[in-house]
Design a protein around this ligand. Structure first.
Ligand code: ADP
Ligand code: MG
Length: 341
């Protein structure tokens, strides 16, 4: 005999915690959400402080546009965003965030403090959320811009906390997230500290300088610039010459409209472009920035937006393949002829 259970709406807090399971897999994912918010706010100076691999503390401070005092509680509310307001906006989204669930998710599984001062405001204000419960907005001291402080991630969800790896491993994920984001924004000054020590200090610089700082001078010296465009598509960045190739996929940075993504179509096209010049068990290394009309790519496929869906995937495959093949051919003249699709 089955007993009938009545249906009930889940309380908001529980909904947020469930969503946090998708959005905030580990400290690095919380870091990604708040770094992207700083970039969306137009910051050109961002500092990151981590303690104990990000498990104890993640603090990001920016000099971006800030949040009005009256909007602070909304910033922590689920499905509340300043970035889109209609389906049309969603289809043309140019910001990194738009789902309005990043801060709400993080706040539901941590002790979060959001402090902000818009550029035209005389004072800053602050809101604290503990275990998803919002405390009243209070005056605070802060330069123009915003700080988000996340303390004790998963303190209230022991089952999730158990899935965290060692501090070293969690730190490594945080650093990788920081590097992916910093690589794509050379016009922004970044600092990363871990347990009080400066790990990265990146001034505003050119893309070549930023790539050199993060991926190494040897990468830049062994790489070929890519800079192509056709029919609303552009590809720029650097591809390593085959002699540099690493045995792992660690040095594969591919961005779509400024967003780091893992995309099968792109990976396949790039792999093909290297096919004649790279031994099959080696992996190409690259830092490539692909742009297209936001209306032609769906970024709303995955909660963390690591995957995207292209409207014209075949044309994009061809464009990526030809762009990289051409760059590689400039040094490997005499190698076997171009692979045709
Ligand atoms: P989303 O980024 O998808 O809009 P979030 O939950 O990450 O959702 O943030 C909610 C809102 O809070 C943002 O839309 C933005 O208006 C505001 N916000 C968050 N972080 C910042 C920041 N660093 N600077 C300015 N505004 C911010
Ligand atoms: Mg966001």
């Amino acid at each position: 005999m089955h007993t009938m259970k009545r249906i009930q709406k889940l309380p908001d807090h529980l909904v947020n915690q469930i969503a946090a399971g998708e959005v905030v897999e580990r400290p690095a994912s919380a870091l990604k959400e708040i770094l992207e918010n700083s970039l969306d706010a137009g910051a050109d100076r961002i500092s990151v402080d981590l303690a104990q691999g990000g498990i104890k503390l993640i603090r990001v401070t920016d000099n971006g546009g800030g949040i009005a005092a009256a909007d602070l509680p909304l910033a922590l509310d689920r499905h509340a965003t300043s970035k889109i307001g209609s389906l049309d906006d969603l289809e043309n989204v140019a910001t990194l965030g738009f789902r309005g669930e990043g801060l709400a998710s993080v706040a539901s599984v941590s002790r979060l403090t959001l402090t902000s001062r818009p550029h035209d405001a005389e004072h800053a204000h602050q809101i604290v959320a503990i275990d998803g419960t919002l405390h009243p907005v209070e005056p605070a001291a802060h330069a123009p811009g915003t700080s988000v402080e996340i303390v004790d991630l998963y303190f209230n969800t022991p089952a999730r906390r158990k899935f965290l790896k060692s501090e070293n491993t969690e730190y490594a994920h945080c650093e990788a997230t920081f590097e992916r984001i910093a690589l794509a924004h050379p016009q922004v000054e970044f600092i990363l500290r871990h347990n009080g020590k400066v790990v990265w200090r990146l001034p505003q610089q050119s893309l070549a300088e930023r790539v050199g700082a993060l991926l190494g001078r040897d990468f830049v010296e062994a790489s070929l610039p890519v800079d192509t465009g056709a029919a609303g598509l552009t590809l720029s960045g650097f591809v390593a010459s085959p002699t540099y190739s690493k045995a792992s996929r660690d040095a594969q940075y591919f961005y779509v409209n400024g967003r780091f993504v893992r995309d099968k179509i792109a990976q396949h096209a790039l792999r093909q472009a290297y096919r004649d010049v790279l031994h099959h068990d080696r992996h190409p290394a690259y830092a490539l920035f692909f742009t297209l009309d936001p209306a032609n790519v769906d970024v709303n496929v995955h909660p963390t937006k690591i995957e995207v869906r292209f409207r014209e995937s075949q044309g994009i495959h061809q464009f990526l393949f030809h762009s990289v093949h051409k760059a590689l051919a400039s040094t490997t003249a005499g190698a076997s002829p171009a692979v045709t699709l």
